[in-house]
Design a protein. Structure first.
Length: 142
């Protein structure tokens, strides 16, 4: 069985979280992230992915959550890191260089927004309260 690592950044600013459209399910929004490149640390990969997918410079921080997704014989380990903006956030919605929809979603609007991971609202609240320790999100199969 193949194993893949995906890193993502959770960026909460002014009561909103930065999300991008998912490539496998474009109607869903997800924290920006992707796979590691040779020689990168996990945090460096998360910072790069945010630049590529959302056009925003961030500084990566602590591990917030991790989970597993098993799809088509591939196990994907997902690692979510806290990240802080290095610049003024862009407007409300745009399209990235990778042709991904980029959107700041109010935390209060998350329950009505199609998104992954399912516990994203809880993770964002943990960031705002700076609750220590990563959360295991479980294993999802598709």
């Amino acid at each position: 069985m193949e194993t893949r690592v995906r890193v993502a950044a959770l960026i909460v600013h002014d009561g909103r979280v930065l999300l991008v459209s998912a490539t496998t399910s474009p109607d869903h929004l997800i924290p920006p992230g992707g796979g590691l490149e040779a020689g990168e640390t996990l945090v460096e990969a998360a910072e790069r992915e945010v630049r590529e997918e959302a056009g925003v410079a961030v500084e990566g921080g602590e591990l917030v959550a991790f989970g597993e997704v098993i799809r088509d014989g591939v196990t994907q380990l997902e690692l979510y890191f806290a990240a802080c903006l290095r610049q003024t956030p862009p407007g409300d919605a745009s399209v990235s260089e990778e042709n991904r929809r980029v959107q700041w979603v109010a935390l209060s609007d998350l329950p009505a927004t199609l998104h992954f991971p399912e516990r994203l609202g809880e993770l964002c609240e943990r960031l705002r309260a700076w609750t220590a320790g990563p959360v295991y999100l479980g294993c999802r199969t598709n």
